[in-house]
Design a protein around this ligand. Structure first.
Ligand code: HEM
Length: 723
């Protein structure tokens, strides 16, 4: 086999060398400089390299040949633009000429249904139609807004799956898996208009990711496909199988949506919210007799949508979080900014993101320092054109080095450092010029490309990054695994990912907050405690690490750690037991209590759960084993609700509070609720609006054993020391 390949390559090289010599004599085009290449052999060598391998070579060639370099890769000349000024000249000043795509290699032709997708289509009417469809039907700001509940749904999926894997902060979490799955949930919903169950979403994720991860492996098939079809038959079969698997998963989803649309139309029902597939089913191609897209073309377009929207975003999310774990001071600064919103809501709303300039700076810095794609997709020119004194010919492929541009030390000070502050003025205002990622005026960083082929979803991608990072930082504190230094080395997959994926300890903030809140005042009490010898302590030197209860570790004159339980109690998280109600009288009492709750807009199931958890009928880690089952009296429930109202909480506040901390209804009104409020007001001077925000943020404060001196070894589940 080896010798046959050798003969083929030598023969082809010989023919190509002759052809190249003839071309050289015929056309006096001055191509940008580059290393000498032996036809076929050099092409073959380059083809076997990934873009990540190419990057360091190109950097060296840039030093030798200047900012624009030619290589012979595959059948075409490849021209690489390495600087921001040339990128601007090409992609912006000569935007229309540089907006074409080269002919697709054999494997891409199959995946893209012969370049009938947005990223592969030539610059012309088909591309315009498909791109306009995506931007108008899905990426228009009003459409993006309509997917806001879906983003909230996905946020909760990510939060819950992280909590589950981390066992409320005790175990380290492989972060990227959660981001990838979350982004698939979201993009699958935007694509097919349905919240599919986990199994189905995993199926879609699996077929799509197999393609992405096989991207490099199948490149070789494009080197004289007629030959590879004979000599690499198995690999071709593997490739076709992947495409078949993809069709098997995506086509039923497309058909199901088509059926639903038909039914909605026939039954004259209210129309379904528009999704990407709906828009594709409606497209007619005017240049092809007004025909509709084929099923295969729709599969290709959905696949493009899913890949473009999931892998890029989850990769960027991982890089940003890795830096926030590595540089704790940046994470703290971001969390401080988030706390200024003080909305009392569980979630940071999308409309509030614009109030967070530091967040935006963190995301921009993530995209500059770690752009998911280090190159734009291959471009081509519609006609020969001069650039920097050379000719870029029509038959060449053109590429732009995104990462290299973002790391240019002439534009960015200390370019390899992660410094979000570089995007802000001294008074914390975002620098408009630096944070412009379109490159329209001037190219400084272009993580989404620039010009006519620039990513059409940059706005959506920024929203996804800001929304998920803000909410995940609000909800959790992210720290490195003990002894882990966070390795920021890169590896090429479809995007440039972390070579060693991020593992992090992710613990609920609530405990962190309570700890900080009480630590200052309680330290005084701790000093007085007979079991402690405290010589020196600062708030920042306290860290929460493991679940072993050991409140008094002192080494030399520095606090090493205070270990606390990482339990965070959720309405839905605990194993449930049966609600036991005996007799008509108890049933009536139970129903009347539910009635009292219905005033706050709970549904029947939520009312059952709240009362069940508050009165020991359903398992709640808050009580542990200590709560006996009880059917409450209406007066007991009403008294607690009245007390909450008297604290200035509106009905919506009480709704949120009870969702977070249903057990409050089962707390003792005098010794717990009122007593704790009194301590908060008198000792901590927390009252009025501040008290309201505190209660919304951390309602469990109403049930804590608040005056514990911390010398009880924290056996009681409600001791502040445990949070
Ligand atoms: C952090 C997230 C993202 C990054 C960094 C990113 C980056 C890019 C880049 C560098 C290009 C190539 C530009 C060029 O060839 O000049 C591109 C193209 C594209 N992106 Fe994105 N992208 C992201 C998210 C998305 C999302 C969420 C979608 C869709 C839902 C999307 C859809 C596309 C499409 C369709 C193209 C092809 C455009 C064309 O050829 O006209 N991208 N993106």
């Amino acid at each position: 086999m080896e010798s046959i390949w050798f003969i083929i390559i030598i023969t082809l090289s010989f023919c190509a060398t002759i052809k190249a010599l003839i071309n050289l004599l015929q056309t006096p085009k001055k191509l940008p400089p580059g290393p000498v290449s032996i036809p076929i052999i050099t092409s073959f060598q380059w083809l076997r390299k990934s873009f990540a391998d190419l990057e360091p070579t190109l950097r060296n060639l840039k030093t030798k040949y200047g900012p624009i370099v030619t290589l012979s890769i595959g059948h075409r000349k490849s021209i690489f633009i390495t600087t921001s000024s040339l990128a601007h000249q090409a992609l912006i000043q000569n935007g229309a000429i540089f907006a074409d795509r080269p002919p697709a290699p054999a494997t891409s032709k199959i995946v893209s249904s012969n370049q009938h997708n947005i990223s592969g289509a030539s610059y012309g009417p088909l591309w315009r139609l498909l791109r306009r469809n995506l931007t108008m039907q899905i990426l228009h700001p009003s459409k993006i807004k309509s997917f806001s509940p879906a983003r909230n749904w996905v946020l909760n999926i990510i939060k819950e799956s992280i909590k589950k894997e981390s066992n409320s902060g005790q175990n380290p979490v492989l972060v990227v898996d959660h981001f990838q799955f979350g982004m698939f949930c979201l993009l699958v919903f935007m694509c097919f208009g349905e919240k599919l169950d986990e199994k189905k979403i995993r199926e879609v994720e699996s077929v799509q990711r197999s393609f992405l991860l096989g991207f490099g492996k199948f490149q070789i098939l494009n080197f004289f496909p007629k030959f590879t079809k004979i000599f690499l038959k198995k690999r071709w079969e593997e490739f076709y199988k992947l495409r078949n698997d993809q069709e098997k998963v995506l086509i039923p989803l497309i058909r199901s949506r088509q059926e639903q649309m038909k039914k909605t139309f026939e039954d004259n029902e209210k129309s379904l919210g528009l999704c990407y597939v709906d828009s594709l089913l409606n497209i007619e191609l005017p240049d092809e007799g007004g025909r509709k897209l084929t099923e295969n073309e729709i599969v290709s377009l959905c696949s493009e949508f899913l890949n473009a929207g999931t892998d890029t975003t989850s990769t960027a999310l991982q890089w940003v979080m890795a830096n926030l774990v590595k540089y704790q001071e940046i994470q703290s600064k971001l969390y401080d900014e988030i706390k200024t919103l003080d909305s009392g809501d569980d979630e940071i709303k999308e409309e509030d993101l614009k109030k967070l300039p530091y967040l935006k700076a963190v995301i921009l810095e993530g995209l500059r320092r770690h752009p998911p794609g280090h190159f734009v997709l291959p471009h081509a020119v519609t006609q020969d054109i001069g650039l920097d004194g050379y000719v870029v010919p029509k038959e060449a492929t053109v590429n732009v080095m995104i990462a290299e541009i973002g790391w240019d030390s002439k534009v960015w000070e200390d370019p390899m450092m992660f410094k979000p502050e570089r995007f802000l003025s001294e008074d914390g205002i975002l620098n408009e010029e630096l944070s412009d990622v379109t490159g329209n005026k001037e190219v400084k960083m272009i993580p989404f490309g620039a010009g006519r082929r620039m990513c059409p979803a940059s706005g959506l991608a920024m929203l996804h990054l800001e929304y998920f990072v803000a909410n995940l930082i609000k909800e959790f504190k992210w720290t490195a695994k003990v002894g882990d230094d966070i390795d920021l080395s890169e590896k090429q997959e479809f995007t440039i990912v972390m070579k060693n994926p991020l593992w992090a300890h992710v613990s609920p903030r609530e405990q962190d907050w309570v700890f900080n809140f009480f630590s200052a005042g309680m330290l005084a009490k701790l000093v007085a405690s007979p079991v402690l010898t405290l010589e020196y302590a600062t708030r920042s030197s306290l860290s929460i690490v493991t679940p072993i209860v050991q409140p008094n570790i002192i080494k030399g004159n520095t606090w090493v750690s205070i270990s606390v339980s990482r339990k965070k109690w959720e309405l839905h998280s605990a194993a449930q037991t049966q609600i036991v109600i005996s007799g008509d009288e108890e049933k009536a009492m139970w129903e009347s209590c539910k009635q009292a709750l219905s005033a706050f807009n709970f549904n029947d199931e939520e009312e059952e759960k709240i009362l069940g958890k508050a009165f020991g009928q359903l398992h709640s880690p808050y009580w542990g084993e200590e709560r006996t089952k009880e059917v409450p009296k209406l007066e007991t429930v009403n008294a607690i609700l009245d007390c909450l109202k008297s604290l200035g909480l509106a009905d919506e506040d009480i709704y949120k509070l009870l969702k977070k901390f249903p057990e409050v209804l089962g707390c003792n009104l005098e010794t717990e609720l009122k007593n704790n409020v009194q301590i908060l007001e008198k000792v901590w001077a927390i009252k009025g609006k501040t008290l309201r925000s505190l209660l919304l943020r951390n309602p469990k404060v109403l049930g804590y054993t608040i005056d514990c001196k911390g010398d009880c070894a924290a056996l009681c589940t409600r001791c502040w020391v445990r949070f």
